[in-house]
Ligand binder design. Sequence first.
Ligand SMILES: Nc1ncnc2c1ncn2[C@@H]1O[C@H](COP(=O)(O)OP(=O)(O)OP(=O)(O)O)[C@@H](O)[C@H]1O
Length: 593
Amino acid sequence: MAATDTQGAAASSFGRVLPFLVILALAAAVPLTGNEYWGLIVTRIAVYWILIAGLNLIVGYAGQLAIGYVALFTLGAYTTSVLAAGNATPPVPAFAALAIAGVVGAVFGVVVGLPALRLRTFYFAITTLGFATIVTQIALAWQDVTGGGMGVTGPMLPAPFDTEWGLLYFCLGFAALATWITANIARSRFGRALVAVRDADVAAEATGISKPRLLVMVFILAGALAAMAGGLFAALQTYITPEAFNFELSLLFFIAVLIGGRGSILGPLIGTIILTVLPEIAAPLAAWSTFLYAALLLLIVLAIPGGIASLLDFRNRKPLAAGRTIAPQVDLVRRLGDQAHPPTTLSLRGIVLSFGGVRAINGLDLDVRSGEIHGLIGPNGSGKTTTLNVISGYYRPEQGTMALDGAPLPAGVSTDRASRGIARTFQTPRLIGEASVLENVMIGGTAHCHSTFAEALFRLPRHCAEERELAERAQLALRAVGLVGLAEVRADRLQHSELRFMEIARALMQRPAFLLLDEPAAGLSAEEIRHLATLVRAIREGGTGVLLVEHHADLIFDICEHVTVLNLGAILAAGTPGEVRAHKEVVSAYLGA
Ligand SMILES: Nc1ncnc2c1ncn2[C@@H]1O[C@H](COP(=O)(O)OP(=O)(O)OP(=O)(O)O)[C@@H](O)[C@H]1O
């Protein structure tokens, strides 16, 4: 069985790499034709792709609208050329100039990206555009160094890369490296985190993903690649002027990712090839290239919204089996909680939180203990979800304190909850629709990984071992909740009930000391609710404390040790299920006669 799995994994990874190898082999064979014109075009594709490979992580994976990336390309082109020409300093060897451009690009990649850490994507789009204008204006105005409108000579790479074919092979090699490292990131927990930040930011925070730190790392990488691509572009052009770096080029970079499709490497690579070659084979239309890009973009958006990548996604075209059932294997839950938590208590004291004039929580005291299922019930709007949001750091209460095993739990810090052993699910499942179910679940293990971005970039052993362990644990979690048959399916193809169990699997990846479940039974069939009850009990048996918000009173009274009833943000009653069920006010305000 294990041997078959290994063979299957090897075959699937070869299948993934094959299209890239074919493209590389075709490009490398161009010199054999002796056609210098096509040699130039292939070199240009390779240069553009070095930039687009990095930009793809920002646009295609993180969903940030970086429209003006030509800025970093221009910066790299001028830095390399000016240093190599010795206009401002003694002449610097071409490779050293290229490396310096990479460092400059990395720094400015972060500077340009800073607004994306705080502002909405639209503002980021505008800043990148603004920066592109600034760089071009500086290139025009700083005549002594850049040659102004007259331009500057591009760098000449040393032998054997000083010929057309030599430069082509160098650019191809660099492009292959850019493909490899960006694919490594895309397939790592960093790539999954980028997509999570894009599609389910609140869930991403709850699993410990810090958006600013993640984006800074990607901006450094993409900025360095863009600037070095600019340096190679200058070498290819042999002479550069500010006019070469126009908005049209920026559009090409951006649209190549869009028509390629989000969350794919091969799609944007094919997009880059199409957009670079298209104006060449339709030579009379070259002056219309912006129009061509726009028309192609419209066509793709209207006809295949998922871009080229969706055409290549054969796996998700297969219909899923109808009438699927969820059959958890709850005995596996214990294996997931392999890090036993010492018994502890999660305490809330005097919590107050208002939204405008509405007091959503009004002086709430609550204790949830390990190995106990604590039900939190109450009429609509009584403050149950808000309580979960306060515990998970999503809301900062106006008054009150929280503590975990007696130590203060800082309010309003959602990204630290995963490392403190607090996991949660959501009233409406927060999924990363375009990622597989397995990847969605793997996200839950983020806080337990230690390998760095650099280790992921080059697939170093510690990173690979962590990835293997994450995938194995996620498979185990999926078996535990009864979804293992759907591991490779895109999450947005799942039924609502399956998504609820998927969220529990993701939360279990965090080895939680406390698990906050927000209406997990909503939308489930009677049989699924029975499975849910068995699963939650198994989680409790493993020592986890569960805070269960639910409207299904039967489920609450069946599985909880302790029940708290909220009304208008305050406790109406608390006690054992028997005590609460017999409470007169609870019966009249919530349970009904
Ligand atoms: N982000 C918000 N902005 C404004 N008001 C809010 C916000 N979140 C919650 N509220 C209000 O706070 C009160 C408590 O809401 P909450 O969602 O916690 O109730 P709930 O008990 O979970 O209800 P339900 O059972 O319907 O999910 C409600 O009056 C709600 O309208």
